[in-house]
Ligand binder design. Structure first.
Ligand code: ATP
Length: 347
């Protein structure tokens, strides 16, 4: 049985439908990401799980218990908000222990458990400080400790790394991964940052305009997006206008202006106009290849180079790993893509 089940959740604000008939199961102990552009309904859905928002329709189940009507404090869910929402007049320790006080845990145990949670996020040394005396990353870690201190059955994270700089974000990612491995708490994580989702998630639900449009593992969403929207949201991708020459679950052929491209699966019917999607790192530079083009611009990035290649099907972005030279501008390149790297996409 899933740890959390959402059944036909719909949320409205005045005239807007923020969440539109979402049904989703979240496995116990797993880390599910809600990923999507700003305004697609992620936060509203998370707040509905937490009990801060009452849905217009649908049910929230914790195990087999219907908790739709339960107030937040009775839901066994710990939440980390977008801002950290720490109490400035309390010490770090008091901030973390507060959730235990509300739950009437005895004083000595409160202290021990709060320190334990702070230890998990490497903040026990600063337990006596006030939030105002901490950096953004440190405050974020305290917010995390505060959410997990009462050992909730569910951890809800709303863009927990959005206020941090790139280095801290990486550090926090590692910390969240470690906590997840150690504590194995069912976690729902909201973000619009696909690299965060790809690097941490067990499963990702991509949302668009209040709906879940695709759910899968990081790899399946990246390599087998079901639509142009998901393909573009998960990372950079070249889209070549094409027509389906041959279709079927065993594979297909797409006709493009740079020749025919084989692909692994194509559900669109023969003759349909589709886009052949190829990620920049899947285009290989070869001595002889089906796709030919002129390099208009090269950017050298050390571990890779990024080339803009003008072809009959438009400008393609190519990522060359371990580049032997700084620039290929002016060169004519031959390119090829493996058939499992070509994705037939509809809008
Ligand atoms: P972001 O990444 O920007 O936080 P989001 O995907 O979390 O976006 P939500 O915050 O859930 O999106 O908002 C979904 C829709 O509901 C948006 O159109 C938003 O304007 C609207 N909305 C959210 N909260 C309210 C509110 N309290 N009153 C009115 N409309 C709201």
């Amino acid at each position: 049985m899933p740890a959390i089940s959402l059944r036909g959740i719909t949320c409205r604000f005045d005239g807007t439908t923020a969440v539109d008939d979402v049904t989703l199961d979240i496995e116990g102990g797993s880390l599910l990401f809600l990923l999507g552009p700003s305004g697609c309904g992620k936060t509203t859905l998370l707040r509905t799980i937490a009990g801060f928002h009452e849905p217009a329709a649908g049910r929230v189940l914790l195990g087999d218990r219907d908790i739709t009507a339960l107030p937040p404090e009775r839901r066994e869910a710990g939440m980390v908000f977008q801002g950290y929402a720490l109490w400035p007049h309390m010490s770090v320790l008091e901030n973390v222990a507060f959730g235990l006080e509300v739950r009437r845990v005895p004083v000595a145990e409160r202290r021990r458990r709060a320190l334990e949670a702070l230890d998990l996020v490497h903040m026990a040394d600063l337990a006596e400080r006030r939030p105002g005396q901490l950096s953004g990353g440190q405050q974020q870690r305290v917010a995390l400790a505060r959410a997990i201190v009462f050992r909730p059955r569910v951890l809800l994270l709303d863009e927990p790394l959005s206020n941090l700089d790139a280095a801290l974000r990486l550090e926090m990612r590692n910390l969240i991964r470690r906590i997840r491995d150690e504590v194995r708490m069912t976690t729902v994580y909201v973000t619009h940052d696909q690299s965060e989702a790809l690097s941490l998630a067990d499963a990702i639900a991509v949302m668009r305009q209040g709906r879940v449009v695709q759910r899968g593992t990081p790899q399946s969403l990246y390599r087998r997006p079901a639509s142009r929207f998901v393909a573009e949201f998960m990372g950079r991708i070249n889209l070549l206008p094409s027509t389906v020459l041959q279709a079927g679950p065993q594979g297909g052929t797409l006709r493009t202006a740079v020749g025919d491209l084989a692909c692994d699966a194509c559900s669109a019917p023969q003759g349909a106009a589709v886009l052949a999607g190829i990620r920049p790192e899947s285009l290989r530079i070869v001595a002889e290849g089906p796709i030919r083009g002129l390099v208009r611009r090269s950017v050298y990035l050390g571990e890779m180079a990024q080339h803009e290649v003008e072809t009959a099907a438009g400008t393609l972005l190519v990522l060359e790993q371990d580049p032997g030279r700084a620039s290929r501008a002016g060169e004519t390149l031959a390119l090829q893509a493996a058939r499992d790297a070509v994705i037939a996409l509809t809008d």
